[in-house]
Design a protein around this ligand. Sequence first.
Ligand SMILES: Cc1cc2nc3c(=O)[nH]c(=O)nc-3n(C[C@H](O)[C@H](O)[C@H](O)COP(=O)(O)O)c2cc1C
Length: 202
Amino acid sequence: MKHSEKSTWGQLHRKSQHAIDPIYLNRWSPRSFAEKPVEPEKLYRIFEAARWAPSGSNEQPWRYILARSPEDRATFLEFIMSGNTAWCDKAPVLALLLSHKLSSRNEPLRSHSFDAGTSWGYLALECVRQGLVTHAMGGFYPDKARELLKIPDEYEIEVVIAIGYQGEKEALSEAFQEREMPNSRRKLDETIFEGRFGDPFS
Ligand SMILES: Cc1cc2nc3c(=O)[nH]c(=O)nc-3n(C[C@H](O)[C@H](O)[C@H](O)COP(=O)(O)O)c2cc1C
């Protein structure tokens, strides 16, 4: 499959209920990564997009630790669960997303995880624009990550993100090949309420 076909897979397999920019459908989380490095310029662009996310009081609590070298990636694979290392070991870039739990006044920052999630969303969408794919992972051992990467206690460890170029489906194990397809979403009327919880929006 050619790269251009892969990049529109979301639109082939997903239908939106209302007209939206195709970028939202084309972002999905494949598991097959091509063994091809990501150009530093593209990395700068995707983290530039992540940088411009909104945050409570503009505190920008997100921090990313990247692993690109074989040594750094091997360290990351030590704290990622085996169900994920089975496919993410091919990803040329692994990123650990952290969020600072304290504000610049050293007070608890209620929105630290929410803001970090917004930043990841921006990054994931910019990856689509750059012809890259992303796959977030909660399946890892945060305590081990904290110890190995020397992460201070005031940072929450949010998620690991695999970043790279999409690989061939056939490179995956059979079990993963069956799941290598964009999924769908709950209907909009089960998600948006009006006035009070549970009352439909129409
Ligand atoms: C916080 C978070 C944790 C996730 N953890 C894992 C994981 O450990 N392993 C995995 O294969 N996918 C993981 N995913 C990917 C989700 O399963 C995926 O985003 C979801 O099914 C929607 O599919 P899509 O991203 O292809 O649209 C995670 C995603 C998020 C946002």
